[in-house]
Design a protein around this ligand. Structure first.
Ligand code: FES
Ligand code: FES
Length: 165
């Protein structure tokens, strides 16, 4: 059945059953493939988007439950969000798979708390799993984007090889 959705400021009408997860409408119908599938059971955070500024797991959000709420996906940050700039500065991603979900959770956090404490960051980001272990860089980038500057960590210097005596 036709359902109206507002995504990244644009109005769409999609043909899908009300129980269809938002994730599949984004990826398969609208080709907004920045939102990733990880676990499908709201346990990893890869599929995180925002509904009216709140981070939600799109794999467990039926489109029939969205109503007039405004959906924002990673494409809606347009590459210009201060967090995205901090992500680049701190060289956060490794494989990158989890990162759109990480950014959407972090953006929701800064929307609610412009200067989050470490505890706020832990609480907001705890459900976003990163198998590459980028957590320290994510924290640094969130702090930086919120004006709580964190120096960029220098890459480790390779020890010069010393010829054997
Ligand atoms: S794919 Fe939705 S939380 Fe893992
Ligand atoms: S950067 Fe690889 S899973 Fe997070």
């Amino acid at each position: 059945m036709p359902l109206a959705l507002n995504i990244n400021g644009h109005n769409y009408t999609v043909e899908a059953e009300a129980e269809t997860p938002l994730l599949w409408v984004l990826r398969d119908e609208l080709k907004l493939t920045g939102t990733k599938y990880g676990c499908g059971i709201a346990q990893c955070g890869a599929c995180t988007v925002q509904l009216d500024g709140q981070a939600v797991r799109s794999c467990q959000t039926p489109i029939g439950a969205i109503g007039t709420a405004k959906v924002t996906t990673i494409e809606g940050l347009e590459g210009t969000h201060p967090l995205q700039q901090a992500w680049v500065k701190h060289d956060v991603p490794q494989c990158g798979y989890c990162q759109s979900g990480q950014l959407m959770s972090a953006a929701a956090l800064l929307g609610a708390k412009p200067k989050p404490s470490d505890e706020d960051i832990d609480a907001a980001m705890t459900g976003n799993i990163c198998r590459c272990g980028t957590y320290q860089r994510i924290r640094a980038a969130i702090k930086d984007a919120s004006g709580q500057s964190t120096p960029v960590q220098a890459a480790p210097v390779q020890a010069a090889s010393v010829p054997a005596a």
